[in-house]
Design a protein around this ligand. Structure first.
Ligand code: UT7
Length: 330
């Protein structure tokens, strides 16, 4: 039997739209304050895409940077997976639009739906296809235009989200252990705590559905918060066990960037507060893009260097969650 091949991330990139929306801007839109938002979430500002920018535009911009970082041409990409809950349209996939924009004409492309957990799920899917020998080089993207799907009159959700994209290029081989074994889980029984109820085949677009604002994201914040902390902390422990690595040996933990209080609670449970990476202050929650953007920034600002062991962990609608460990080989 052929053994699985080692797989490494050989380049990363990220892109956030130009327009910045601060907490003070939000004070003029809904009944909120900078103090409340910062104290409850750790967010100061978020980026909002232009009207003519869709998820594939953000994703393509991040992808171009990741390819440049990897020193790989678009034609060398065999597979593109875009994780998104805000696709350009139901079909074709946002991945196909990205393919066209960057000229990756030799790739096959699909989208992956795991809400905020999507980037880690996509990383795992691409890694396994490379490990099995099915493809050589893959482009994994998390891209979101969340601003389209939040109700800008609902202060309990609109303050939380931002737009952006992050990308990683994966290839067989590399130094160190590369991307290791993931732990992932889902609980569809809790779907109603975080969802966009309308616009699909369950509740198709109609005047009534629009009047009821079912096209927008809904969330039971407190419940989601509790599950996010528990699931991410558990997943990290399980991923460390699965890969036979101690938390003490990890150089950097990158959690989903949904709320600084969630991140702090996980850090406390795991006793790793000194190594938690966060940028939620600048971008708010960019859903599936959050982990990808944070990974790129952690590499570019020198937090992660060659030989470092990095833990990634995510949580999102579904519910979905997961964690992975990788050894940075670049
Ligand atoms: O990425 C996917 C996963 N998403 C998450 O992980 C998000 C998880 N949840 C959270 O991050 C937090 O639950 C929130 C930040 C959404 C809310 O924080 P909280 O500490 O759980 O507040 P709360 O929802 O319990 O609301 C507390 C109070 C309420 O008022 P009353 O009922 O106590 O009078 C809200 O009406 O704060 C009020 N409130 C606000 N006040 C000012 C809610 N939103 C706002 C606001 N500004 N924007």
């Amino acid at each position: 039997m052929q053994l699985p091949r080692k797989v490494s991330i050989i380049g990363t990139g990220s892109y956030v739209p130009e327009r910045v929306l601060t907490n003070h801007d939000l004070e003029k839109m809904v009944d909120t304050t900078d103090e409340w938002i910062y104290a409850r979430t750790g967010m100061r500002e978020r980026h909002i895409a232009a009207e003519n920018e869709a998820a594939s535009d953000l994703g393509a911009a991040a992808a171009v940077k990741a390819l440049e970082d990897a020193g790989v041409s678009a034609e060398e990409i065999d597979l593109i997976i875009v994780a998104t809950l805000s696709p350009d349209m139901f079909f074709p996939s946002t991945a196909c639009f990205v393919q066209e924009k960057i000229g990756a004409k030799n790739a096959f492309c699909y989208d992956l739906g795991a809400a905020c957990s999507g980037f880690l799920y996509a990383l795992d899917a691409a890694k396994n296809q490379i490990a099995a020998g099915a493809v050589e080089t893959a482009l994994v993207i998390g891209s979101e235009k969340m601003s389209t799907f939040v109700d800008w009159e609902d202060r309990s959700t609109c303050i939380l989200f931002g737009d952006g994209a992050g990308a990683a290029v994966l290839k067989a081989g590399g130094e160190g252990r590369g991307i290791m074994q993931s732990v992932m889980g889902s609980d569809g029984g809790l779907a109603d705590l975080l969802m966009t109820p309308g616009g699909g085949s369950r509740t198709p677009i109609s005047h009534e559905m629009i009047e009821q604002k079912q096209q927008y994201l809904t969330m039971q914040g407190r419940e989601v918060f509790k599950h996010a902390v528990t699931r991410m902390a558990e997943a990290v422990v399980q991923a460390l066990e699965k890969n036979e690595i101690s938390a003490d040996d990890i150089n950097c933990f990158i959690p989903h960037q949904a709320n600084i209080r969630i991140i702090d609670a996980i850090a406390k449970r795991l006793g790793v507060a000194d190594r938690m990476y966060t940028n939620v202050e600048k971008y708010a929650n960019t859903s599936s893009a959050a982990l990808a953007i944070a990974l790129d920034e952690a590499v570019k600002d020198g937090t992660i260097t060659k030989g470092d062991l990095v833990v990634l962990t995510v949580f999102g609608g579904g519910f979905t969650w997961g964690a992975n460990v990788l050894e940075w080989g670049k």
